[in-house]
Design a protein around this ligand. Sequence first.
Ligand SMILES: [Zn+2]
Ligand SMILES: [Zn+2]
Length: 153
Amino acid sequence: MESLLDDYAKFRKTTMSSIIDSMSADPDRLSLMYDWDVDIFVDIIEMQNVDKFPWFDLHWKMMKSEVILLTKEWNDGLHRYCDYKNLTGKERDKIVQIYTASLLARCANPTCKEVEFHVKSFGKCTRCNSVAYCSRGCQKEHWRVSHKKNCGL
Ligand SMILES: [Zn+2]
Ligand SMILES: [Zn+2]
């Protein structure tokens, strides 16, 4: 029985590692998940009440209502995780800061630091629907530098 549970844990960890890796490896999608530790990621997933889903921050793939729902679910789970681990004070603040899912997406142009003011307010690339930008300027620059060859991959 114990080895079955071990296998399950290994399976989950491998799956989740590949999710994080695939996001980090994608040159055109700035993910806030770069720094996430897979063990903590998996633990927070286990703390989800509704579905045990892995949060991902590719907002452009989701409907607005879905972004709002999943973000709330994830962040509720994060706080349950902190309670479960008895995290308090600075230690808790640090985990919450890193693992909080954001409703707001970042501009996909890597040289730009703009973040949305409202959910789904940035205009997306209408060809792939996978990235979005704060401005036409950023879209043009990113298209020239890399998105032209990565769009729709
Ligand atoms: Zn921008
Ligand atoms: Zn595109």
